[in-house]
Design a protein around this ligand. Sequence first.
Ligand code: SF4
Length: 61
Amino acid sequence: MKAIVNKDLCVGCGACTGCAPEVFSLGDDGLAQGSAFTADQKDAVEDARSTCPVEAISTED
Ligand code: SF4
């Protein structure tokens, strides 16, 4: 599974990196980027997805 951040929506608040720091990071552009994640990280990714204030996070299998 992979977490995807829509950079057109992301405002760089960092909330996702707090929920799932192993999956999300802030890039040099100040916006978040997602990465591949494992089944045991799924709940943390879901927390990030639901916490994101601009609904910029999606996932794909
Ligand atoms: S929570 Fe959403 S808006 Fe905030 S940094 Fe993450 S993707 Fe961007």
